[in-house]
Design a protein around this ligand. Structure first.
Ligand SMILES: [Zn+2]
Length: 216
């Protein structure tokens, strides 16, 4: 197996990512969004954005009817005010393996999204923090479409950092079937569990050392 790396594509991916970062900064200043991006580059094939954001406070209608008060039950989002860290990892190297490009560099391949903070969510792996790759979840990530090179990583950051991703549950996806099942069968218990994780891992005062970093 032979492997050749071309520095040209690395430059192209890097250029594009630099542009997207500028776009993100502009969005930040326009919308006053509460997120922060740090860029890491290992000098070879991996380019990483590390994003910290605070989930907005949000009131949810649970779709449950409370007979006692004759009202629909409401709940504060269990992720409210949690500060979460996630990363986007980009392949930026043009690598030929046995005459084939593997894997294509960004933007031809979508970035890989991974939560660094533990999060209780049906579409996020509770151990590794990797998010579900199913079509439904990908659509939540990009705001509606399958990944195409004309979509941007900046948009993915925005979808997650604005709180949309954690507020959406694609429970027909099997990534965490136990959590999805609980979400459908006992929403209050699900939210209580999610709130406990948020408190433990994502509320300031609890260090990030409690999070996935120490597990890897
Ligand atoms: Zn999914």
């Amino acid at each position: 197996m032979s492997s050749i790396a071309s520095p040209l594509c690395t430059v192209a991916s890097g250029k594009r990512l630099k542009k997207e970062l500028e776009q993100l900064k502009q969005w930040q200043s326009e919308a006053n969004d509460q997120f922060n991006v740090v860029v890491e580059y290992d000098g070879k094939e991996t380019y990483k954005w590390i994003v910290t954001f605070t989930q907005p406070e949000e009131t949810l209608f649970l779709g449950l009817w409370d007979a006692d008060s004759a009202t629909h039950l409401k709940n504060i989002s269990p992720y409210s005010l949690g500060t979460f860290v996630f990363s986007l990892r980009f392949n930026v190297q043009y690598t030929m393996v046995d005459g084939k490009m593997k894997p294509p560099p960004y933007p031809f391949t979508a970035p890989i999204v991974q939560f660094q903070t533990k999060v209780y969510h049906s579409n996020v792996d509770g151990d590794t923090g990797f998010i579900c790759q199913c079509e439904g979840c990908n659509r939540v990530l990009t705001g509606g479409a399958e990944w195409k090179p004309n979509l941007s990583a900046a948009r993915i950051v925005k979808q997650i950092a604005s709180g949309v991703y954690l507020s959406t549950h694609s429970t027909d996806c099997p990534l965490r079937s136990d959590v999805a099942e609980l979400y459908n069968s006992n929403r209050l218990q699900h939210d209580e569990n999610a709130r406990a994780w948020t408190k433990k891992y994502a509320i300031p005062g609890h260090t990030q050392h409690d999070s996935l970093e120490s597990d890897r």
